[in-house]
Write a protein that binds this ligand. Structure first.
Ligand code: 6PG
Length: 261
């Protein structure tokens, strides 16, 4: 690993992790707005939308939310109102909780017209990125201001799973998977080069269920180094920050930080 990622450990999600995550996101937002007047964020599914809403809703949602463009780091190929939809989770946990008269982000869900064909969904989503981030011929890779990731108990992140061929895919921005070990099997995901190209990348991993895998990722022995989340550490270096609670990092022998400055 070149310049190592930052590993934050907080005693508690509600009172410590969430306010520090807020501070971090608002600092990234400030830099992005100064760079190009927009804040382009990629979000994952799982528990992330809930933690995000804890971080961002209180004491009040960010004033520049109307400058935010929110994309999905990965999405399940299900209708947007299905319980498995990452869009639905973000909508329920965050978007619908915003005050009616306040600023709203622009959100880019998947196209629902070809859900039985994940490759088609991936191609359509890549087109969405191409038309938002500029012409693919002029932009080699879309530059997200911030990517927010989760980490599964097997070390997966986004819908990039351990030992899966998608980990080696470098020719597309958005990939499809039909055999996801975590249900549902049909999904789309940003590719590893897009994740690590982002200006900033944050993982949120909490709870005792993450303990063993974080140890493997950070101790990076041969097995740990090959895990998808470790490959993000490897490619993103010091652009990567991990927001964890004490339960998740118990026993992890890697220097831990306790607050975002
Ligand atoms: O849609 C998904 O399934 C995800 O994007 C996935 O990569 C998730 O982030 C991790 O599985 C962690 O999930 P938890 O935060 O629920 O542990």
């Amino acid at each position: 690993m070149g310049r190592p990622p930052k590993l934050y450990s907080f005693p508690d999600v509600e009172n410590d992790l969430a306010p520090n995550l807020r501070k971090y996101i608002l600092a990234e937002q400030k830099e992005a707005l100064a760079r190009h007047g927009k804040f382009r964020v990629g979000v994952s599914g799982g528990s992330l939308p809930k933690t995000l809403s804890r971080a961002l809703l209180a004491p009040n949602p960010p004033a520049s939310l109307d400058k935010w463009e929110i994309f999905f780091v990965d999405e399940r190929c299900v209708p947007l109102d299905h319980d498995d939809s990452n869009y639905k989770a973000l909508k329920n946990d965050f978007l619908d909780q915003l005050p009616e008269d306040g600023p709203k982000p622009k959100v880019f869900p998947i196209d629902e017209t070809a859900l039985d064909d994940p490759q088609e969904v991936a191609d359509q989503y890549e087109q969405t990125l191409v038309s938002t981030f500029a012409n693919r011929d002029s932009v080699k890779l879309p530059l997200f201001d911030l990517i927010l990731l989760g980490c599964g108990p097997d070390g997966h992140t986004a819908s990039l799973f351990p030992d899966h061929a998608l980990l080696r895919a470098t020719d597309a921005w958005v990939l499809s998977i039909t055999d996801s070990p975590k249900p549902p099997p049909g999904r789309i995901t940003l590719s590893l080069p897009i994740l690590t190209h982002a200006c900033a990348i944050a993982f949120v991993a909490t709870g005792g269920g993450k303990k063993g895998i974080l140890k493997k990722i950070f101790e990076a022995d041969d097995e740990g180094r090959a895990l998808p989340s470790a490959l993000v550490n490897e490619g993103g270096g010091d652009k990567v920050s991990w927001f964890c609670d004490s339960a998740a990092v118990e026993g992890v022998g890697f220097p831990k930080r306790t607050s975002v400055i």
